[in-house]
Design a protein around this ligand. Structure first.
Ligand code: B12
Ligand code: SF4
Length: 554
């Protein structure tokens, strides 16, 4: 399909006259969806009624709510492309139930692949491209007034001939602080009883990793790709959330927390000063995500002292070829150094890692395991890894398509490995280790326990028995990781020589059960011994009540 500017859509006018209805936004709400929050607060700022709905709520309930709200527009927020088929089912049911509102959809995949989305969900009237705050406000206003919505910048749709059409470009928000603060529409989730909310200090990323849709998303529209809020405004938002909702754990969802170069140093100095000036470092802790090359002891000690307790890094690969194909523009040495530095500062490390990528060979799998074994040798975290997936709008998807290796669909994007045996090996391995590394698998349970250790140390204090618990947890984590690493090493070597018996007849369930039981016992004992102290710390904060913990079941 070709793109032309301005055409004639099927329902160009919503109907004449003012309509009292506003907007409904439907989306995924785990951990609080900031995109929906910003869209909603901007609509409110311009006096448009708005309602937010979790897309996994029962369809009947959602449809009832939409019919009752009688909105002019229902906006679907698709942040994970693999939910598109479920969104389509809901959209079809809404139409069948008589919802006549304009249907639009926003997010990374719709912005980067609007033709695909409009083809897969023909019930949509439009797709909202890139940052959607002002597009949704203007779309809602046009529809409420019965005006021509195709004049609203930032939209795409298909005309009667099936051609993709789009209105003029909507630039990125220039100053993030001009946007209203995101609406907090869900009660804060809790970690050990401590209210936890996400927030943003910046948007965008200057890098170009081949598997990532973030840089293509922010480069797709005109304007500055990376924008950083004023440090004082960020601290002000944290303080407001701490005062009004007792938030004690903040999750910065910035794609790459602004640490780079001189501007990064300035931002860190200002933010940590503002946090300390408000005394927030004594009552709240926070997590960031960033690239490994920014990590050095001095800046990270400053960040830690202002409350930062956790850093997530996309390490992604332990092989030079893997890092190259992923265009990470980083070396394994830098990744090693970053992990070691953070550990030496007492900061919890979480990481993303792709055991499989389009360059994978049997040798690189074992190289990756050697890397993971080294960074987790002290048992500081449960091993997790995944396979790189070619998401819509990423450079790697176009490369795989050009090489004739792209497979799958929007829900299950896939590709052929260079060595065809790896496809089978990956499927068998994934089936065997999935209950260990995905969902609520053992590695995640271990990492959850590790997270609790760091939260307790920072928010409750050095409880008696915490160091012992930590040391037992490290021992258990080493043993759990070793089963996994050994399994991957042995099965990959055997499979390479044509022997798949170990993969087909593995017994990973038994060690997983034994280690899992041990973890539950260890954690429950620690909780039983310390829950009074943990509850006292929690209750000392006005307005926060227990329970501190739910017993861990496995
Ligand atoms: C926080 C986050 C999460 C959180 C929670 C998300 C939430 N509830 O919001 C958690 C930890 C749960 C998560 C998990 C995962 N995530 Co995630 N996550 C993010 C992250 C880093 C930030 C989201 C955010 O707050 N953005 C800031 C807001 C302001 O921007 P936004 O959401 O894009 O919304 C704006 C526009 O898109 C647009 N818009 C969005 N919706 C709508 C709707 C309408 C009507 C309109 C008009 C406009 C509009 O306007 C908004 C305001 O400007 C994004 C990266 C990113 N930059 O978005 C990845 C991202 C969304 N995650 C991604 C992935 C892959 C995952 C995981 C699969 C990772 C994994 N391997 O497990 C899981 C999947 C979880 C699941 N359901 O199974 C990918 C999705 C890729 C894709 N094409 O599908 C992203 C894009 C990162 C990437 N590297 O590419 N994630
Ligand atoms: S993976 Fe991280 S560093 Fe790479 S482009 Fe995406 S957000 Fe930036």
């Amino acid at each position: 399909m070709s793109a032309v500017v301005l055409g004639t859509p099927r329902h160009r006018f919503a109907g004449a006259g003012a309509h009292p209805g506003g907007a409904v936004i439907v989306g995924f709400q785990d951990q609080g969806n900031l995109g929906m929050g910003y869209l909603a607060s901007t609509l409110e700022k311009f006096d448009h009624p708005v309602e937010l709905i979790e897309f996994r709520d029962p369809a009947d309930v959602t449809i009832e709510r939409v019919l009752a709200a009688d909105p002019v527009v229902v906006g679907f927020s698709l942040i994970f492309q693999f939910y598109l088929p479920e969104y389509r089912t809901l959209i079809q049911r809404m139409r069948a139930a008589g919802v006549t509102a304009h249907f639009t959809m926003g997010g990374h995949y719709p912005s980067l692949c609007p033709e695909e989305v409009l083809e897969l969900v023909p019930e949509l009237d439009s797709v909202a491209l890139y940052e959607g705050e002002y597009t949704l406000v203007e779309l809602t206003a046009a529809l409420r007034r019965g005006e021509d919505w195709t004049l609203v910048p930032g939209l795409a749709w298909t005309d009667d001939a099936g051609e993709l059409v789009h209105s003029p470009d909507r630039g990125l928000a220039e100053h993030l602080d001009d946007l209203p603060l995101p609406m907090r529409f869900k009660e804060a989730e809790r970690v050990l009883g401590w209210p936890t909310l996400p927030l943003l200090a910046s948007r965008g990323c200057a890098r170009r990793c081949s598997f990532c849709s973030i840089h293509t998303f922010y480069r797709g529209a005109t304007g500055k790709t990376v924008r950083v809020r004023a440090a004082a405004k960020v601290a002000e938002e944290m303080e407001m959330l701490a005062d009004t909702q007792n938030v004690r754990i903040f999750l910065f969802q910035d794609d790459d927390f602004p640490l780079a170069g001189r501007p990064g140093q300035r931002f860190v100095a200002e933010l940590t000063d503002e946090i300390k000036r408000r005394g927030l470092h004594e009552r709240a802790i926070w997590k960031i995500s960033c690239r490994a090359e920014y990590i050095e002891p001095e800046m990270f000690a400053t960040l830690r002292d202002a409350g930062m307790y956790l850093v997530y890094m996309g390490l992604e690969s332990g092989s030079a070829e893997g890092l190259e194909v992923l265009n990470k523009q980083i070396t394994t040495e830098t990744n090693h150094y970053a992990v070691a530095t953070l550990k030496s500062l007492g900061i919890l490390v979480e990481y993303g890692f792709m055991l499989f990528d389009p360059s994978t060979s049997f040798g690189s799998i074992r190289e990756n395991i050697t890397f993971l074994r080294a960074i987790l040798a002290d048992g500081s975290g449960g091993a997790v890894f995944c396979r790189m997936l070619p998401y819509g709008g990423t450079p790697i998807r176009e490369r795989l398509r050009a090489e004739g290796r792209l497979r799958g669909d929007v829900k299950y994007p896939d590709y052929d490995f260079l060595d065809p045996r790896l496809g089978t090996y990956h499927s068998l391995l994934d089936a065997a280790v999935s209950p260990w590394i995905h969902g609520a698998g053992l590695s995640h349970q271990l990492n959850w326990a590790w997270h609790e250790v760091f939260v307790i140390r920072r928010l409750v204090g050095e409880l008696p028995g915490l160091a012992g618990f930590e040391s037992d947890l490290a021992g258990l984590t080493v043993r759990s990781n070793e089963v996994l690493f050994g399994f991957v090493e042995e099965t990959s070597a055997a499979f390479e020589t044509g022997d798949s018996r170990m993969l087909l007849r593995h017994n990973l369930r038994e060690p997983r059960r034994v280690l899992g039981d041990e973890l539950v016992e260890l954690r429950n004992d620690f909780v039983a011994d310390n829950q009074d102290a943990m509850l006292d710390a929690l209750m000392a904060t006005d307005g926060i009540h227990g329970p501190v913990l739910m017993p861990q079941v496995f």
